[in-house]
Design a protein around this ligand. Structure first.
Ligand code: S6P
Ligand code: ZN
Length: 193
C-alpha cells in the first residue's frame, strides 16, 4: 500500500494463564513513591518507600493512535501488598473524554474494581479470573488487589479516551479496601478536613 495513513493490522500473543502480553511497545511502571496522597495512612506509605520503594503496578501496551475509531488495549498488573491495612491499588482515573467506557477482563489474582461518578454513585465490582468488569462512560475506576498474587487484567477502551487523573485526585474514591486479620473490608472513607 502506498497510503502511509493506513494503519496495518497486526496480532499480539498473550500468556493468558500468567497474564502476560508478549512484546509490548510500552511498559509503564508505578512504584510506591508514585502513590503519595492516595492511601489513608501516609506514614505507612513513606515507610514502604524508605524500605525500597517496591513496584506497585505496571501497564503493558502496544502503540495505537489516540484517535476515535481505534481501540487501546493493555495488560494492567497490580502487585499484592498493604499500605497500613489498605490493599495495594492503582491511582485511578476518569477518562479525558468522559463518555468513553472500558472493559477489564481479569486474568489472574483477586480484587475489586472501585468505580465512582461525579454525582456520588459508588460501586465495587469483584475481579477474579474469568470475570469481566464493564466500566461505563462517566465512571472513574481503580483496581485494588486483595489477594496474595498479582491481579492482572486485559483492558480495552476507545482510542481517544485518554486519562484524567486530576479530578479524582481532588475528589478521592468514597470506598476503600482493607485487609484486617486476613479479612477483606470495604468501607466508606471520610476525607480529613
Ligand atoms: C486505561 C486503563 C488502564 C489503567 C491502568 C493503570 O484507561 O484503565 O490501562 O491505566 O490500570 O491505572 P491508572 O489509574 O494509574 O491509569
Ligand atoms: Zn481507564
Amino acid at each position: 500500500m502506498s497510503d502511509n495513513k493506513l494503519f496495518m493490522p497486526f496480532g499480539v500473543e498473550y500468556d493468558l494463564i500468567k497474564g502476560i502480553m508478549k512484546n509490548p511497545d510500552k511498559h509503564l511502571i508505578r512504584k510506591a513513591s508514585s502513590m503519595k496522597g492516595h492511601y489513608e495512612d501516609a506514614a505507612a506509605l513513606d515507610k514502604i518507600i524508605a524500605a525500597g520503594d517496591p513496584l506497585h503496578y505496571e501497564v503493558f501496551e502496544k502503540n495505537i493512535p489516540e484517535e476515535n475509531g481505534h481501540l487501546q488495549f493493555c495488560i494492567s498488573t497490580t502487585q499484592p501488598g498493604l499500605v497500613g491495612d489498605e490493599c495495594f491499588m492503582t491511582k485511578g482515573h476518569y477518562h479525558r473524554i468522559p463518555e468513553t467506557a472500558e472493559i477489564y477482563l481479569c486474568l489472574t489474582g483477586r480484587g475489586y474494581m472501585l468505580m465512582k461518578t461525579k454525582e456520588g454513585d459508588s460501586v465495587a465490582e469483584e475481579m477474579f479470573p474469568g470475570r469481566m468488569v464493564y466500566v461505563p462512560p462517566y465512571w472513574a475506576h481503580r483496581t485494588v488487589n486483595t489477594g496474595d498474587t498479582p491481579l492482572t487484567s486485559f483492558c480495552v477502551y476507545p482510542g481517544n479516551a485518554g486519562h484524567n487523573y486530576g479530578d479524582i485526585e481532588v475528589e478521592g474514591f468514597p470506598k476503600r479496601v482493607y485487609k484486617r486479620n486476613g479479612k477483606i473490608e470495604i468501607s466508606a472513607w471520610k476525607r480529613k478536613s
